[in-house]
Design a protein around this ligand. Structure first.
Ligand code: RIB
Length: 309
C-alpha cells in the first residue's frame, strides 16, 4: 500500500497574461475551481497509474463544507482510500493560483483544515500495510516527522517532497526531517533552500546541494528540473538522469505532484529508480497539457501508450 499523508485543497485558478507583481492588479476573464493540494494530487497521480493494482490511501483533513465533501468524493472517485481523511473545525484548504501564458504559476495556500492533520490519522494497521509513505510540506512539520518515524519503524520507505519549503523552519526540525527520509524530492530552488537551511549554501548549485544532502543524511535526493528532466543523487555520489519529453505546457500546476505520485507507484511495484523516474517524468510532462493540477494526470493506459509511442 502507498499511504499519502498531506494536504487537500480546492484550487481557485485565474489565467492571466502575466502574474501580478506586488502592488499590481491584473485582470483575468474568469476563475475556475479544480481539485488540488499537494497530498491529494500525489495520491490521485499514484492511484491513476495504479488502476487498482496497489492500494493508495490518503490521510488528511477537510472542513465541514462543500469544498471538503467535493475533494473527498473526488479522491474516492479516483480510487483513493479516504478512510484516513477527517473533518476538522477549520474550513477546507484553498489555493489561490494564477497561471500565465507560458503555463507558469504563482500559488498562495490558505491552509485551513490542513493545519489540523495529525499523526493518529495513520493508525498502526495502515502503517503495517504501507510499503511507501509519501509526505509533503503543507501540513504541520512535527506531525510529518512523527508519522515518518513511525513508518520507518514499521519498515516503510519514506518519500518526502519538500514543497513548499517552509519559511523560517528551524534547522533542527529540517535535520530531523532529513534523518527520516529515504528519498527527498525537490525542485532546483528547493534543493538549494533546504541545503541552506542546514547551513550549506552549496555555491547556489542544485546538484551540489543535492549531493551534500544525500551524503550527509544517507538518502537519495531527486531534483525535478522541469524541461531538463530529473536528477537523482545517492549518498555515495552516484547520479541518475531521466529526461523529460518536450511539451508546450498549458498549466504546470501539479506537475511536481504527478512526478512524486508516479514515482511512488513505480517504486511500490518494484521498479528500479531510473525506470520509476523515467515514467514519472513522462507522466509529469503529460500532466502539463491540461489545465488544473489533476486533470492531466495520466491513467495507466495513457502512460503505457505514451511510453510505447
Ligand atoms: O503542487 C500544486 C498544488 O499546490 C496545488 O494543487 C495547490 O493546491 C497547492 O497545494
Amino acid at each position: 500500500m502507498i499511504t499519502v499523508f498531506g494536504s487537500i485543497n480546492m484550487d481557485l485558478v485565474a489565467r492571466v497574461l502575466a502574474i501580478a507583481k506586488p502592488g499590481e492588479t491584473v485582470l483575468s476573464r474568469r476563475a475556475d475551481s479544480f481539485f488540488g493540494g499537494k497530498g491529494a494530487n500525489q495520491a490521485v497521480a499514484a492511484a491513476r497509474v495504479s488502476g487498482g493494482r496497489i492500494a493508495v490511501a490518503m490521510a488528511g483533513a477537510i472542513g465541514d463544507d462543500a469544498f471538503g465533501k467535493a475533494c473527498r468524493d473526488n479522491l474516492a472517485a479516483n480510487g483513493v482510500d479516504v478512510d484516513g481523511i477527517r473533518i476538522a473545525d477549520e474550513p477546507t484548504g484553498c489555493a489561490f493560483i494564477t497561471v500565465d501564458e507560458r503555463g507558469e504559476n504563482a500559488i498562495t495556500v490558505a491552509s485551513g483544515a490542513n493545519m489540523a492533520v495529525h499523526t493518529a490519522q495513520v493508525p498502526g494497521e495502515i502503517l503495517a500495510k504501507t510499503s511507501i509513505l509519501v509526505l509533503q510540506m503543507e501540513v504541520p512539520l512535527a506531525e510529518n516527522i512523527a508519522v515518518a518515524r513511525w513508518a520507518k519503524q514499521m519498515s516503510a520507505r519514506v518519500i518526502w517532497n519538500a514543497a513548499p519549503v517552509p519559511a523560517g523552519a528551524e534547522k533542527g526540525a529540517v535535520a530531523d526531517m532529513l534523518a527520516v527520509t529515504d528519498l527527498l524530492v525537490v525542485n532546483e530552488h528547493e534543493a538549494i533552500t533546504v541545503a541552506a537551511m542546514i547551513g550549506d549554501n552549496a555555491g547556489g548549485d542544485y546538484l551540489v546541494a543535492a549531493s551534500r544532502l544525500a551524503h550527509t543524511y544517507s538518502l537519495t535526493c531527486i531534483v525535478t528540473a522541469g524541461a531538463k528532466g530529473a536528477f537523482a543523487v545517492d549518498a555515495d555520489g552516484t547520479q541518475i538522469h531521466a529526461a523529460a519529453p518536450p511539451v508546450t505546457p498549458v498549466d504546470t500546476t501539479g506537475a511536481g505532484d504527478t512526478f512524486v505520485g508516479v514515482l511512488a507507484y513505480g517504486l511500490a511495484e518494484g521498479r528500479e529508480l531510473q525506470d520509476a523516474m523515467q515514467r514519472a517524468c513522462i507522466a509529469a510532462s503529460l500532466s502539463c497539457l491540461t489545465a488544473g493540477a489533476q486533470a492531466g494526470m495520466p491513467s495507466r493506459d495513457r502512460l503505457e501508450a505514451t511510453l510505447s509511442a
